[in-house]
Design a protein around this ligand. Structure first.
Ligand SMILES: C[S@@+](CC[C@H](N)C(=O)[O-])C[C@H]1O[C@@H](n2cnc3c(N)ncnc32)[C@H](O)[C@@H]1O
Length: 359
């Protein structure tokens, strides 16, 4: 393993402001309340406009919800379940998400809930599919989308609800947990990171596990999976560690629904916790397994990598070890040496590397 370096990386990647979100924020002063705001992960790091009366925010991420609540917004933290709201909106604001099924689902919720004559305001860029979403939404309610260009290549589309929606946009059965693999049996759903896939990086991490575990005289008993998504890493690793207990954590409530289902199906002794980079959770654990997020909203998340490293270090027992997988160009082994005593790249393959860290 390489030795701790004094030249640990201090710089955090600059997160550029999302011009579509800023364009949406500029609409806020003009809109008619009651307002629903679907806030997806992209609000990270962008200062929020002042909270107003009669606004209801929905988010499936605990860090986003925390940010909104701290700014005074009434916020529901769940898998975008709007049925919990007792107030129907005159306006729905939404900076479109990355995943089409989520966007379609939220447009369907908005169009169903809006009062007649109410407005759906969508923000996004051309390559987010904003025009297409706006036209499809408008066609459902007998309207034409009013699409206006904004600063920084962003667009705002305003759709007036002229009639009840004639149909639903296809949302991949958003609210259902769905079987995505047979052996092992895995469930997932839209709204979860890479929900229909088995992540290649995570699969590479699992391939290194026998080598990683070979260094232990006794099998590790307490494991943590940071940024667990639907639980792929835990479920796969548990096949090699059938007696271990597990802590699975993610900031996404949708992901935890799927992870809980997979833990139940496979009989894992598991605790599932919604947390922002494991904040508020306690160790000690023997091993941390982690495939940290590469993006935060639409920006590359350099500082998130640092936070996941710090969380892993904090949760680990003395001399505990972590196994991370990251994109090959992320200097994880160098960053890690600011905290860990040693780091070793176990494999580089297919754009990923798996790094073993020793506390
Ligand atoms: C690259 S994915 C890996 C998912 C999963 N481990 C897998 O292998 O499929 C990163 C995960 O980190 C989660 N995540 C992103 N930001 C987070 C944060 N601030 N705190 C906790 N988890 C976060 C995402 O929701 C996502 O599930």
């Amino acid at each position: 393993m390489s030795k701790r370096s004094n030249s640990s990386e201090q710089k955090k990647a600059a997160v550029a402001a999302d011009t579509a979100l800023l364009a949406l924020y500029r609409q806020f002063a003009e809109v008619t309340a009651p307002v629903w705001w679907f806030a997806d992960e992209h609000i990270a790091d962008t200062p929020l406009p002042a909270a107003q009366q009669n606004w209801q925010c929905f988010s499936n991420r605990c860090d986003t919800a925390q940010q909104l609540r701290a700014a005074g917004y009434h916020t529901e933290l769940n898998d975008f379940d709007v049925s919990v709201s007792s107030v129907l909106p005159q306006t729905v604001c939404y900076r479109v998400s990355k995943e089409k099924a989520v966007v379609h689902y939220l447009i369907n919720q908005a169009l169903a809930a809006l009062a007649s004559g109410g407005h759906l305001i969508l923000a996004g860029h051309k390559n987010d599919g904003l025009h297409n979403y706006a036209k499809k939404a408008a066609a459902l309610v007998g309207a034409t989308a009013d699409i206006k260009k904004q600063d920084g290549g962003a667009y705002i589309a305003t759709i007036c609800k002229c009639s009840e929606p004639s149909a639903l946009l296809p949302d991949n059965d958003y609210t259902s947990l769905q079987q995505i693999a047979q052996a092992p049996l895995l469930y997932s759903k839209p709204g979860v990171f890479g929900w229909q896939k088995q992540d290649r990086g995570s699969a590479l991490l699992i391939e290194q596990l026998p080598q990683f575990l070979a260094a232990y005289n006794e099998r590790p008993a307490r494991m943590a999976d940071l940024g667990c998504g639907y639980g792929y890493i835990s479920i796969m690793a548990a096949q090699q560690l059938p007696d271990a207990s597990w802590l699975l954590t993610d900031n996404n409530a949708t992901a935890l629904l799927a992870a809980e289902k997979n833990c139940d199906v496979h009989g894992l002794n598991a605790e599932l916790q919604l947390a922002d980079c494991a904040e508020g959770l306690h160790g000690p654990v023997d091993v941390v397994l982690c495939n940290p997020p590469f993006h935060q909203g639409f920006a590359v998340a350099g500082s998130l990598t640092d936070r996941f490293l710090a969380a892993a270090h904090r949760l680990l027992r003395r001399q505990g070890r972590a196994l991370f997988v990251v994109n090959q160009f992320i200097p994880l082994e160098r960053k890690a040496l600011a905290l860990f005593s040693a780091s070793e790249v176990l494999i580089e393959h297919d754009g990923f590397k798996v790094v073993c860290l020793q506390k």
